[in-house]
Design a protein around this ligand. Structure first.
Ligand code: YSA
Length: 357
């Protein structure tokens, strides 16, 4: 800033500054004014009797006639603008520090940035697919909106089959809006078995993670949408023993090297024979506890040898090719591994739950 008082102002040598130069210098100096004293010094320097602006105004009468009007107008405009800026700055200083300045307390300790993480469902899907990947399985994905044909018919579940009731779902409206179409939100990942077999010749070894939907009441173990991982292996000469060996190895990788595996007969229209696979409870080592409901066993998936009718539906000769398939609920596996007691937590969006993983 020029000088502290009017008396200390010194005339500077050289040509006097233009009105625009005065404007630039004055407004730049005003930005730094942080007290009433400094503000008064600014007023004296840029609006006072000996200021450059006052000198310009005084010199107007001695200017050539053609310059008087323009110089006079711009100098007077600048005086008004500087007075206004001065008043604003005075107001600002009087009001005290701004909200922004207030909010910035450099003495406060820093705020920790919360880093994101993978959803527990995603983590579990990756662990499951990694375990099968290590055994030579590929990963595929399929559509969540599915044709009735793939979700049911190709899997040996015709329209009148009672098994359809078990997988009742959300149907899409027909295009005329008067009924249901032949498309639905898939109830399981098994339709991808048929899709893949139609597109590929054996050998097939694939796992298929994906979201499924069911029109059912929710409770601690049932959601209306959840994830499954489907598995399929088809080739010449595949046997039930291959299935048992593969799923046994999977259970050891996911639940620990000590795990025992139990297969019991179960029914799914798309396998023959069908099985339910359970592992011995990793919490009580098969002794019986709250986790395994006293049985010593925890059911983890449905499985079986691909039904000859399904192979025929996709154009494979069941006399040449055999295969096994399986399907497991991802959230249920995550619940077992982490001791989670309510499946509805997964889609709750509750950070208190999610940040534990
Ligand atoms: C069976 C045999 C095969 O060769 C291939 C796949 C299958 C599985 C079959 N497609 C199926 O969906 N069986 S299932 O109805 O018993 O569901 C499989 C798993 O999905 C269940 O064991 C459970 O873990 C999970 N699940 C089913 N309904 C659920 C659910 N998870 C959360 N909420 C629901 N409502």
């Amino acid at each position: 800033m020029a000088s502290g008082t009017e008396s200390s102002e010194a005339a500077t040598a050289g040509p006097p500054p233009s009105v625009e130069e005065i404007r630039t210098t004055a407004l730049a100096a005003l930005v730094d004014a942080d007290s009433e004293v400094v503000l008064d010094q600014w007023r004296v320097a840029y609006l006072g009797r000996k200021s450059d602006l006052t000198n310009v105004l005084r010199s107007i009468s001695s200017l050539p006639a053609e310059d008087r009007k323009t110089v006079g107008a711009s100098a007077n405009q600048l005086r008004g603008a500087l007075e206004e800026a001065l008043a604003e700055k005075a107001q600002e200083l009087k009001a005290g520090p701004s909200e922004i300045a207030d909010a910035l307390d450099v003495t406060l300790p820093g705020r920790r940035r919360r880093s994101g993480g993978l959803h527990p469902t995603t983590q579990t899907i990756r662990e499951i697919t990694d375990a099968f990947g290590a055994m030579g399985f590929q990963i595929a994905e399929g559509p969540e909106i599915e044709w009735e044909r793939y979700n049911f018919d190709a899997l040996n579940i015709p329209a009148d089959h009672p098994a359809r009731d078990q997988w009742d779902t959300f149907w899409l409206d027909s295009p005329d809006g008067k009924g249901r179409s032949d498309m639905l939100l898939r109830t399981h990942t098994s339709p991808m078995q048929a899709r893949l077999m139609e597109q590929t010749d054996p050998p097939i070894r694939v796992v298929i993670p994906g979201r499924c939907f069911r029109y059912e009441a929710t409770d601690a173990t049932h959601e209306w949408h959840f994830f499954q991982v489907e598995g399929l292996a088809v080739d010449r000469g595949i046997t039930f023993a291959d299935m048992k060996g593969t799923l046994f190895e999977f259970a050891r990788r996911i639940f620990g090297p000590e795990r025992k595996v139990r297969f019991r007969v179960d029914f799914f229209p798309f396998v023959e024979p069908g099985a339910e696979m359970a592992i011995d409870c990793f919490k009580c080592n098969g002794q019986g506890c709250s986790m395994c409901k006293g049985t010593g066993w925890i059911e983890i998936m449905g499985a079986g040898m691909v039904h000859p009718a399904v192979l025929r539906n996709v154009g494979y000769d069941p006399e040449v090719y055999t295969g096994f398939a399986f399907g497991m609920g991802v959230e249920r596996i995550a619940m077992l591994r982490h001791g989670i007691d309510d499946v509805r937590q997964f889609a709750s969006g509750d950070l208190r739950f999610l940040s534990q993983f």
